[in-house]
Design a protein around this ligand. Structure first.
Ligand code: ASP
Ligand code: MG
Length: 408
């Protein structure tokens, strides 16, 4: 007997029929003698609908009231699933976040889970119930309803698995696992049988949208055994997120290629080359709560240098305004902005033990005449910024160059 936490995303519970299917799958696991806790998202489109409705009332909805409102999406699906389970003759009980309770901090719309009281859930499991918990929501220390940020049900699932010391956390979604890259761009993309937690973290933060990044962080911290599976297929092992030290399989050098079009680039030309300049430029940007991703500063010449960094596209115009003002103050020559960029990254723990990976990447890009505008690296990833019209081409040729279409 194992304790399994299953999380079903919005499309998996998108209709009454689909919820019945979920109930059948849960029943199958119960019949095998397992204890099952199910976490569900709102029906697909529902959270967007609720947010749009709130915005009709207030263009910038009050965060506390917004959380009261959007948390209702999941309250509907837990009840429907519990009904479907009872129809199959199973004992089932649904809980909202506050009923568990799942205690969070008070950061409305992006709260972090601080504590989960597992008493009720354990008692229910012990008496043979399937426990159905609303994803994406919690309650702060003053009993205010909070939500965990878009895609937050993944985090609820993983956090519950950690609190209950579950044997496995299964994330059911509309794809059957984690792929080497997006199959819509590269039809030859392959499902990975395993991916390490660190690679998954990079893939999630670099634009792969299979799992909410916070849920991956959580899984890493608490060593939750996490598996991504399709809710639309009967069979299949999906993708298991492993821990490098436990994984004795032969590792591919590169596991996947991530990409995103979410960034924009700001360049300040002719910056006086003296101590404190990076701080003078990036300090006010950070003060405005704007995240900076890549940063490049050139070697100085004739006492000036050029300074380039990227921000999220949503912050682009705000960041440009700030930087233009600073450029003026520090006597820089010119500020240039470019939001027609894309970031393409190769990810793989095998990079640690292999040389020449960057060389292979740059060679493949140069053969296609794709100009690299910026480069950044970590131990297990190399990212380049290219003109956005070349993004799909870059992803395709890199997928080929690293033989990702061939089984490892
Ligand atoms: N319903 C929430 C959202 O759409 C949470 C989730 O689906 O994970 O973001
Ligand atoms: Mg989701």
């Amino acid at each position: 007997m194992a304790l399994i936490v299953q999380k079903y995303g919005g499309t998996s519970v998108g209709s009454v029929d689909r919820i019945r299917n979920v109930a059948q799958r849960v029943a199958k696991y119960k019949a095998q003698g397992h204890q099952v806790v199910v976490v569900v998202s709102a029906m697909s489109g529902e959270t967007n609908r609720l947010i749009a409705l709130a915005r009709e009332m207030q263009p910038q909805p009050d965060p506390r009231e917004l959380d009261v409102m959007v948390s209702t999406g999941e309250q509907v699906t837990i009840a429907l699933l519990a009904m479907a389970l009872k129809d199959l003759g199973l004992k089932a009980r649904s809980y909202t976040g506050w009923q568990v309770p799942i205690v969070t901090d008070d950061a409305y719309t992006k709260a972090r889970i601080e504590d989960i009281n597992d008493e009720k859930i354990r008692a229910d499991l012990d008496s043979g119930h399937v426990v159905v918990v609303a994803g994406f929501q919690g309650v702060d220390g003053d009993n205010n309803i909070t939500t965990l940020g878009r895609g937050g049900s993944d985090t609820t699932g993983v956090a519950l698995a950690a609190a209950l010391k579950a044997d496995e956390c299964q994330i059911y979604t509309d794809v059957d696992g984690v792929y080497t890259t997006d199959p819509r761009i590269v039809p030859e993309a392959r499902r990975l049988k395993t991916i390490t937690f660190e690679e998954m973290l990079e893939m999630a933060s670099l634009g792969s949208k299979v799992l909410q990044i916070r849920s991956v962080e959580f899984a890493g911290k608490y060593k939750v055994k996490l598996r991504v599976l399709s809710s639309f297929e009967e069979e299949g092992d999906g993708t298991l997120i492993t821990f490098e030290e436990d994984d004795n399989m032969e590792q591919a050098i590169i596991s996947g290629i991530a990409f995103n079009r979410d960034e924009a680039k700001i360049t300040i030309i002719g910056v006086p080359d003296k101590p404190g300049i990076a701080y003078q430029i990036l300090g006010p940007v950070a003060d405005a709560n704007i995240d900076v991703d890549m940063i490049v500063q050139n070697v100085g010449h004739e006492n000036t240098t050029d300074f380039t960094f990227t921000v999220h596209r949503n912050d682009f115009s705000k960041a440009m305004d700030i930087v233009k003002k600073i450029a003026n103050e520090i006597g820089a020559r010119e500020v240039k902005g470019d939001d027609k960029i894309a970031k393409v990254s190769i990810v793989g723990v095998g990079m640690r033990s292999h040389v020449g990976i960057a060389r292979n990447m740059f060679e493949a890009l140069s053969k296609e005449g794709i100009n690299i505008q910026m480069i950044s690296t970590s131990e297990i990833k190399i990212s380049v910024v290219v003109e956005d019209k070349y993004m799909e081409l870059a992803v395709r040729i890199l997928h080929q160059a690293f033989n990702l279409d061939k089984a490892a």
